[in-house]
Design a protein around this ligand. Structure first.
Ligand code: ZN
Ligand code: ZN
Length: 140
């Protein structure tokens, strides 16, 4: 069963998209396309292209984010369910825990900086690498 599922009720997903979404919704950690394929073989997905196509669409719907530096995918955790073009993640380099940060100030700041540079951004992904509270506390 999936948890933290988005309420994108206006979007109807294909079977493959729904399978990929379910695989990601059940994961705390980001998954590579091949890890997703592995989980979905039992459901009849065989070709990486099927997964890539589904991921492309889910990313364009804003339901899935791509972490460029990890080349991995994560279900959007934004509790409001609003699609957003600016997304920030914290990535712990010890336990690989990834959290999504939602902050409207970030979005408006980035957009105003971009406008100040005469640039219209379509999307931005910020990846903050460091150490999470759990790992930091374990060290002390
Ligand atoms: Zn998100
Ligand atoms: Zn950690």
């Amino acid at each position: 069963m999936s948890k933290a599922r988005h309420d994108h009720s206006d979007v109807s997903l294909t079977k493959n998209q729904a399978l990929v979404m379910d695989a990601l919704a059940d994961e705390e950690e980001p998954l590579s396309a091949y890890a997703i394929l592995d989980r979905l073989r039992a459901h009849g997905l065989r070709a990486p292209l099927q997964v890539y196509r589904a991921l492309d669409q889910l990313v364009s719907y804003g339901m899935v984010h791509r972490l460029e530096s990890l080349n991995a995918f994560l279900a959007c955790r934004n509790p409001t369910g609003d699609p957003h073009t600016t997304v920030a993640f914290t990535i712990c380099h010890q336990c690989n825990q990834v959290s999504e940060i939602t902050d409207d100030r970030l979005t408006s700041r980035i957009n105003s900086i971009a406008r100040g540079n005469d640039f219209t951004p379509s999307k931005s992904t910020i990846e903050l690498r460091g150490i999470c509270a759990r790992c930091r506390n374990a060290k002390e």
